[in-house]
Design a protein around this ligand. Structure first.
Ligand code: NAD
Length: 482
């Protein structure tokens, strides 16, 4: 059974429940993880609390150098960790390798900020006074993670938290703990001081809830669904703990009549099959100008039918693996059959793949979709492309904005006027123009509306892990040498 990583050591615990970890391509149990008891979480929080003052006092460049030891360790084990991601999460090997490489690069990127964390000096209304705004660490940060990009998300929380002087306790998803264990092994050998980085495994309502409601936690950085995010926020409210929430998405893609349709199809197809459609920022609803809808739909159907899917560890050259578990498969199935019974037209796919094992769903295209259907309202998280035709740009923008979610969006057009107008009027945290939805580490990934609070990446993501300390300094005027 996978063990918690607390205060620099791998620790056994008496699990409330032993949770099996499955390979989603086969349904085989590949590992086990504990739903950890309260005392394990308590030990981890205490270790992080004890380690924080000394860690926070170190020069940022020393903290950065220790982080670089972790990224170097990740690069050394790249192939092995990519294999773990394929096995426990179902990523195809190429994407798993990208995730591991991106994780190491992300840690290095955040380490580079060490010499660039800046405060401010502002003028005072009083004579002989300076006002300094320092950026201070928050203290102990909690990270709560999903399963879809489980390895990079450890870095997305720990790297900005640690370089700014915080310590961290992370709860990985109960679906994907094996890659987190490899991360802990790398940390254990990296020279990071004990207690700075801790991992505790378990379920959301137990360990996740205990972390979110713990009075010693200064900030909870959680990535997951809107439903769980609301629970985290409610639990955090007890102690008025800061929350940073990266939640679900329902990204619209707008395809205008003048768009390069081949480019649009390629990017949107990629968006629907990458990680089997289980990506928060990828196009989940496609609005196409009626004048090109038939041609676009035709090309989209062909692209989806050409998707090569299968078991990432046993079949070569794949575009797509399985969905994460039986629950996710049943959810996708129900949303597609619901759309068909509400009047959508099924053009391809629409059912579980005919395979003996695993949680595979056929790449699916739905036409004749209407704005009120659940397939447009709810996050599907699967390889499903619902297509809606529009008559003018105003209508397309209004429909795109008509959503509880506000994470990402995309626009395909050759007209700079249309692109700029749509980008200005579309109300989402991110807009991709003529390219696939995939954020850069130096950008700022932040959802509007129910897609989240605060954000990650870049300078603004780094500063989420700091709080302001204002110091007013009065000095004596005159010549000190007299
Ligand atoms: P989830 O909400 O089921 O779980 C996410 C994490 O929250 C898990 O660790 C889970 O154990 C924990 N959790 C669940 N209930 C909890 C509670 N009551 N208290 C505390 N913690 C709790 O999400 P998931 O299925 O693991 O991941 C998929 C979701 O994550 C999708 O909605 C996706 O869009 C979203 N996501 C968002 C981003 C982003 O950057 N915005 C990135 C990746 C995934």
């Amino acid at each position: 059974m996978i063990r918690n990583f607390i205060n620099g050591r791998f620790e056994d615990c008496t699990a409330r429940e032993v949770i099996p970890v499955e390979n989603p391509a086969t349904g085989e149990v590949i590992s086990q993880v504990p739903d950890s008891p309260d005392d394990a979480l308590e030990q981890a929080v205490q270790a992080a609390q004890q380690a924080q003052p000394a860690w926070g006092r170190r020069p940022a460049i020393e903290r950065a150098n220790l982080l670089r030891g972790v990224s170097a360790g990740i690069r050394r084990r790249k192939a092995e960790i990519a294999r773990i991601l394929s096995e426990e999460q179902g990523k195809v090997p190429a994407l798993a390798e990208v995730e591991v490489a991106f994780t190491a690069d992300y840690i290095d990127y955040m380490a580079e900020w060490a010499r660039r964390i800046e405060g401010e000096i502002v003028t005072s209304d009083r004579p002989n006074e300076n006002i300094f705004l320092f950026r201070a660490p928050i203290g102990v940060v909690a990270g709560i993670l999903p399963w879809n990009f489980p390895f990079i998300l450890i870095a997305r929380k720990m790297a900005p938290a640690l370089v700014t002087g915080n310590t961290i306790v992370i709860k990985p998803s109960e679906e994907t703990p094996v890659n987190a264990n490899a991360f802990a092994e790398i940390v254990a050998q990296s020279g990071l001081p004990a207690g700075v980085f801790n991992l505790v495994y378990g379920r959301g309502p137990t360990v996740g809830h205990a972390l979110a409601s713990h009075p010693a936690i200064g900030m909870i950085s959680m990535t997951g669904s809107v439903e769980s995010g609301i629970k985290v926020m409610e639990a955090a409210a007890r102690n008025v703990t800061k929350v940073n929430l990266e939640l679900g998405g329902k990204a619209p893609a707008l395809v205008l009549a003048d768009a390069d349709l081949d480019l649009a199809v390629r990017a949107i197809w990629n968006s629907r099959v990458i990680n089997a459609g289980q990506v928060c920022n990828c196009a989940e609803r496609i609005y196409v100008d009626r004048r090109v809808a038939a041609e676009f739909t035709d090309k989209m159907v062909r692209a989806m039918q050409g998707t090569r899917y299968g078991d990432p560890l046993r079949e070569p050259d794949l575009d797509m693996g399985p969905l994460i578990n039986a629950r996710q498969l049943a959810k996708v199935e129900a949303l597609v059959s619901g759309a068909v019974s509400e009047g959508a037209e099924l053009l391809t796919g629409g059912r579980r793949a005919a395979r003996e094992r695993g949680y595979f769903y056929e790449p699916t295209v739905l036409a004749g979709v209407r704005q009120h259907m659940q397939i447009v309202r709810r996050e599907v998280f699967g390889p499903v492309a619902p297509i809606i035709s529009f008559d003018d740009l105003d209508e397309a923008i209004a429909w795109a904005n008509d959503s509880e979610y506000g994470l990402t969006s995309s626009i395909y057009t050759r007209s700079i006027d249309v692109a700029m107008r749509a980008a200005n009027e579309i109300r989402f945290g991110e807009t991709y123009i003529n390219r696939e939805n995939f954020e850069a580490m130096q950008g700022f990934h932040a959802g509007w509306r129910k897609s989240g609070i605060g954000g990650a990446d870049g300078k603004h993501g780094l500063y989420e892990y700091t709080q302001t300390h204002v110091v007013y300094l009065q000095y004596r005027a005159g010549n000190a040498s007299r």
